[in-house]
Design a protein around this ligand. Structure first.
Ligand SMILES: Cc1cc2nc3c(=O)[nH]c(=O)nc-3n(C[C@H](O)[C@H](O)[C@H](O)COP(=O)(O)O)c2cc1C
Length: 348
């Protein structure tokens, strides 16, 4: 190749790279604030007294999910997508941190700096600080990363080679300034046992919304299926809390989604000597049918009101779920005589 052509190509590459830098910088300030309720599994403390298993299970950050969202993010864009995904799936969240963190200088493109060197050599394995101590708990692992020169950062290779992923389901997702997914996902397939089931990866533009993440998770069949996974919620009033299991219908799924955005508090009033009822503050899809509601039943009435039963009543409405282990006596004592303020939430 002629030197002049070479120069042209280098200049072009630099221009593209500057575009990425600008996109990365300008969108950083507009990153949505972290709204996830999903706890992060902390990196393993380097203190040898803390075994890996202990750190992952004893920190109180493991919510018992079978799905893990692991991500590496140098400037926060991928972190946001990972938080959305973990929140939607009720999954555990783990940040892959480099033992030697990436400085601004390391991240600078085409400076022959650290990133340039690492990405130029597919054999490089940057060390990870910490470990998922309970990887055997997960049957599905989502792995998020930025695109660096069209590929996953080499630390993702380190991550994939650090665990036995045999027979697990894996899927990658990434953020980039403008590049597509390219070969970034398929180039990782050879790093894990062939028994791994790979789902279809997705590249997200910087600042993609939670809805876009949810749509992708549904597309690849990962969004929790109410038929398989029980939807548990907590109901609190007067300082007392009970748990409930939601029904397997579209209304219950919509109610659960609503609670995914945060707790919902309903000002209820006593009605008919058998229920407490109040406005949900929004409408959700109805799947009404004739039901005889009994103590502990959570009912959607006319699509925008929620009731909790302590007695019985037959009407056309939707069963959202049932308070676990409820009896008339326990419901009367839980709800009290008056007009209770009741908060519904998804357990932490
Ligand atoms: C070393 C390096 C190389 C990059 N290479 C590309 C690239 O090839 N294509 C692209 O569209 N963006 C590229 N970018 C931009 C990042 O992919 C983008 O800003 C990404 O959202 C960063 O994710 P993070 O904030 O989670 O680290 C690169 C960024 C860095 C630091």
């Amino acid at each position: 190749m002629k030197v002049t052509n070479m120069k042209k190509i280098v200049t072009l590459l630099l221009a593209v790279v500057m575009m990425f830098s600008l996109a990365a910088c300008s969108s950083k300030s507009s990153l949505p604030s972290s709204e996830t309720k999903t706890p992060t599994i902390g990196a393993m403390p380097s203190d040898p007294a803390n075994s890996p298993d202990k750190s992952a299970t004893d920190t109180g950050t493991n919510n018992g999910s079978r799905i893990l969202v692991a991500y590496f993010s140098a400037t926060g864009h991928t972190a946001q997508i990972a938080e959305y995904a973990a929140d939607i799936l009720g999954a555990d969240l783990y940040e892959i941190k480099a033992k030697q963190p990436y400085s601004e200088a390391d991240l600078a493109y085409y400076t022959d700096g650290r990133c340039d060197k690492e990405q130029a050599d597919p054999g490089v394995r940057p060390e990870i600080d910490g470990k998922v101590g309970n990887m055997e708990q997960y049957d599905t692992v989502l792995i998020g990363h930025p695109i660096w020169y069209g590929q996953a950062p080499r630390i993702i290779s380190t991550f994939l080679e650090s665990y036995n992923f045999a027979n697990k389901t894996l899927v990658t997702f990434c953020t980039s300034g403008s590049s597509g997914l390219g070969s970034s996902a398929s180039n990782l397939y050879g790093l894990v046992p062939s028994s791994v089931k790979w789902l279809e990866s997705r590249r997200f533009a910087i600042g993609s919304s939670k809805d876009e993440v949810a749509a992708w998770l549904t597309d690849i069949g990962l969004e929790e299926d109410p038929e398989v996974n029980e939807m548990k919620i907590q109901i609190t009033t007067g300082g007392k809390t009970m748990t409930a299991t939601l029904s397997n219908n579209a209304s219950a799924a919509a109610f659960y989604k609503l609670l995914n955005n945060g707790p919902v508090t309903v000002e209820m009033r006593d009605y008919g000597g058998f229920e407490k009822v109040g406005p949900l503050g929004t409408s959700i899809v109805r799947t009404d049918g004739s039901i005889t509601a009994k103590p502990g039943d959570i009912i959607l009435y006319q699509g925008d009101q929620v009731t909790i039963y302590y007695g019985t009543n037959t009407w056309d409405f939707t069963l959202l779920g049932r308070i676990d282990g409820a009896s008339e006596e326990s419901m009367r004592s839980f709800l009290g005589d008056g007009d209770p303020t009741v908060t519904f939430k998804i357990p932490e």
